[in-house]
Each structure stands twice: as C-alpha cells, then as structure tokens.
Ligand binder design. Structure first.
Ligand code: SDX
Length: 429
C-alpha cells in the first residue's frame, strides 16, 4: 500500500526526508526541517498570491473549478437557487444544516429585529460627499459600527460572536440602502419589520413618497436569487482579507470592513461594475470583434466578468444568473447591453486565446445587467455583492476563530533588498 508521504532528497546535502501528505497537502512548516546546516533557517514555500496554498481547513463551501461545481455545506448551488431563499441559505452557511420551520422563523425574527442602525450612523453617512462611492461609504460605516458594540471584541465568547454575526447580516442591507439614498440625495427610508429581508432592502432603496410602495415580486425574487448565489465562495480575496484581519482577534465589524474593501477592487467584486462600463464602452454589437482583438492584443484590457482563479469552466452561478436575466427583463424591459454581452460570450467561448486560458463567464458577467435593469447605478453594484457575502465573511471568520490550528496570520518573505550599510551623512550622498 503506497504511503501518504513524499520522499524528498535535498541534492545540496544528499539528505533524505519523509514528508507526510494529508488532505492532498504537505504542511509548509515541514519544509523547515530541510537544512544545509544547523544554523540554516530551513526551507520555506514561496507562493505569491497563494496560488497553490491552502491557508485553512473549511467545511462551508466546496468548489470544483474544473467541473464547475459549487456547493454550500454540500448542497448544490443550482438546487439552493431554485428552491431556497437567501435567509434560509444564510442559516445553512452559518450553522451547517438547513433550518426546520421553527429554526427558520426564529432566525428570520432575529434578523428582522436587528435591521435598524444607531441614529448616529446617519450623521456619519451624511459626512460623505454627495458623490462618494457607495462601497467607500459601506466599508467605512461597517468599520465604525465596531464603536457601537464594544463587547464585540470578546471574540472567544460564542454568544457575543453570534450576536455580532446576526447584526452584520441584518444591518448590511440597511447600510447599503442608506449609502444609495445618500448618493442619490434622497432621505433615508427606515427598515420595515413587516417585510422580508430582500423586499425590505429594495423598499429602503427605491421607495419615494409612497409609504406603501412595494417592489415588484419578480424583482424581489430575482434579487433574492442573486443574494443566494453570492453568499459564500470559499477562500476568495475578500474572505481571505476578513480571515487575516480577524486573526488578530479584532472585532468582526473591523474584520468584515477589510473584506468589503477587498471586494471593492475591480478584479474581485468590483468586476460587476466594470462589466457594465465595458459594455457601455463597446456600445454596439458591431464593435465586439474590435474589442476582443484589443483584449487579445495584450494592452492590458481585460474582458471583465471573464476568468476566475478557481473556475476553469463555466461559473455555475453565471449560468443561473443568465437564466434569471430573461425573467427580470420580462418585468423591466430588455437591457440592450445583454445583446453585446451574449455576443462577447459567443466569440470568447470559441476563441483560442480564451479557450487556451480557460476563461469563462464568472458570477459578475451577467449580474450587472440585472442590477442595471432594476434601476441601480453601476457604482452601487458591488454593494449588492457585499450584502449577501456578509454571511460568508462572518461564517468563515467564526470558523477561523474557532479553529485550534489557526493563529495570527504572519507570513514570511524572501528578502531581496540591500543589507548592512553604514549611515552616510547627507553631504556625502
Ligand atoms: C470574483 O475568488 C473568487 O471566488 C471570487 C469570486 C467570489 O465569488 O468571491 O468568484 C468573485 O471576484 C469573480 C472574478 C471577477 N473579476 C473579473 O471578472 C475581472 C477579470 N478577470 C481577471 O482579472 C482574472 O480572470 C481574475 C482576477 C478573476 C483571475 O485572475 P488569475 O487567476 O490571477 O489569472 P491570471 O490573471 O494569472 O490570468 C491568466 C491568464 C493571463 O494571461 P497570460 O499572462 O497567461 O497571457 O489569463 C489572462 C491573463 O492576462 N486573463 C484574462 C482575463 N482573465 C485572465 N485576459 C483577458 N480577460 C480576462 N478577464
């Protein structure tokens, strides 16, 4: 029976080492025993951007990038998208099991009763310029929330932890809605406890002058579906940021604020905004071939919404979103940019440049089309990503806090700078 280990020969010394293989990994710390002398620090692994490094064990989300598989706690994303709701999926992501009726009712009631934010938050938001980017407002305000809940620093206490996790899930839609209203110069609309999570959010964003106005049920359903698809995605950039910052045992508001700022980047959650700007720049289907040529020409232009670090196949979420487009457009009218997106996809999926690099549409390629059709401005799209991802961030954060193998994140480096130089007086430089 083959042993689960690596037999390594250090050709510098001729020494041989056995390195155990566990979960398809070799522990990086095991390389440290490979030395050229007793004074040698030992070998490290060098892995910029963690392309091939597992930084944790997690039971929350499983992705098979080659097969295009995504499961939350073992449940396939397409089944959850078809049969569940964002709050039910949030319970699943947080607790590991689908809730029964009583558990879902209790969870929903708790979330509903934490949607309000302290009145001071309004004056905090009012301090931003009228044209402040909603993601900048969201990240800052979430970081500021930690000052309202000083007990949140007690991250080792499960009851305290869970209370903050529920607050973050409950308040993120309110904060996002407030940031939208601020950017539109509109008065804030307070949460309404009689409404569901997603309906309440859309009402806080869109209600103007009609206290009983309610969003179209088809749009509520479509946005709730998008929330399900964005809930978690294992160790993506923003979740890694949340875990790393959280590893210093700071409160979860500060750790999640780090996740929000990471998501803001155009290579991550900011891609949905960048896709719409790209489609606007292309302007017409007839300009697609020229744009594709530009992308392939290597001038740094990227086909935003395409490619993924893990998926080397069609992102399963993109398939579901593309289908949801049709349902939304029946209500809102077709988004003309869809025609450009479909032509971009058609050409890219058969073009050697993209095929060779395994570049397929990701979650951001079609989501912006739905958001725009719902009347959201492009700079608000990433806030719509941050709302549902909150449950992923807080669940991954709690998994890190309760993992005995984890400690404060502090990587090593390969030093490439100058050493041991004597100070030179300024007149000698
Ligand atoms: C999200 O990680 C997650 O799980 C994220 C996410 C989540 O749910 O949390 O799924 C959400 O962030 C989706 C990704 C959204 N970003 C974009 O759509 C931006 C465009 N995509 C790229 O920037 C890129 O594909 C990344 C950032 C998504 C992945 O980049 P990688 O894994 O670092 O791959 P790479 O940049 O090394 O690309 C490999 C090759 C390069 O070409 P060569 O140097 O080999 O010639 O593919 C090229 C890249 O230039 N390439 C692209 C491209 N993406 C990669 N070329 C054109 N257009 C693109 N979109």
């Amino acid at each position: 029976m083959a042993k689960d280990s690596l037999s390594v020969t250090d050709n510098r010394t001729g020494k041989q080492y056995e390195m155990p293989i566990e979960n398809g990994c070799v522990k990086a710390i095991d390389f440290r025993k490979i030395k050229t002398s007793d004074q040698d620090f030992g070998l490290m692994s060098y892995d910029p951007a963690f392309l091939n490094t597992a930084n944790c064990k997690s039971a929350i989300t499983f992705i098979d990038g080659d097969a295009g598989i995504l499961e939350y706690r073992g449940y396939p994303i397409d089944q959850l998208a078809e049969k569940s709701t964002h709050l039910e999926v949030s319970y699943l992501v947080m607790n590991g099991e689908l809730p029964n009726k009583a558990q879902l009712e209790e969870f929903t009631t708790k979330i509903t009763h934490h949607t309000y934010v302290h009145e001071n938050i309004k004056s905090f938001m009012d301090g931003f310029r009228y044209d402040a980017h909603p993601m900048s407002m969201l990240a800052s305000t979430v970081a500021g929330l930690s000052s309202f809940y000083p007990e949140a620093k007690n991250v080792k206490n499960r009851e305290v932890r869970r209370a903050q996790m529920m607050r973050l899930i409950a308040k993120m839609p309110t904060l996002a809605a407030f940031s939208y209203r601020h950017s539109q110069g509109l008065p804030y609309v307070y949460p309404n406890n009689d409404l569901g999570y997603t309906e309440n959010f859309l009402t806080m964003v869109k209600s103007i002058g009609k206290p009983n106005w309610r969003p179209h049920p088809a749009l509520v359903k479509a946005l709730d579906l998008l929330f399900i698809l964005h809930a978690d995605h294992e160790q993506n950039c923003s979740t890694t940021a949340t875990r790393v910052v959280g590893s210093s045992e700071v409160d979860p508001y500060s750790a999640v604020a780090a996740g929000i700022t990471a998501l803001y980047g155009p290579l991550h959650g900011g891609a949905n905004e960048a896709v719409l700007r790209m489609l606007r720049e292309i302007g017409d289907v007839k300009n697609v071939p020229e744009f594709i040529t530009r992308v392939k020409g290597g001038d740094g232009t990227k086909l935003m919404g395409f490619g993924h670090r893990v998926y080397k196949n069609y992102d399963p979420r993109a398939k579901v979103i593309k289908k949801a487009c049709e349902e939304v457009f029946e209500v809102t009218g077709k988004n003309p940019a869809l025609e450009i997106a479909v032509e971009l996809e058609r050409i890219a999926l058969q073009d050697e440049y993209f095929v060779k690099r395994k570049l397929y549409p990701n979650v951001d390629f079609y989501s912006g089309l739905i958001y725009e059709a719902m009347g959201f401005s492009a700079d608000f799209f990433t806030n719509l990503f941050a709302i549902p991802r909150t449950v992923g961030w807080v669940s991954q954060w709690e998994e890190m806090i309760t993992d005995d193998e984890q400690k404060i994140a502090r990587p090593r480096q390969v030093f490439t700078g100058k050493r041991k130089r004597d100070y030179l007086p300024i007149d000698k430089r």
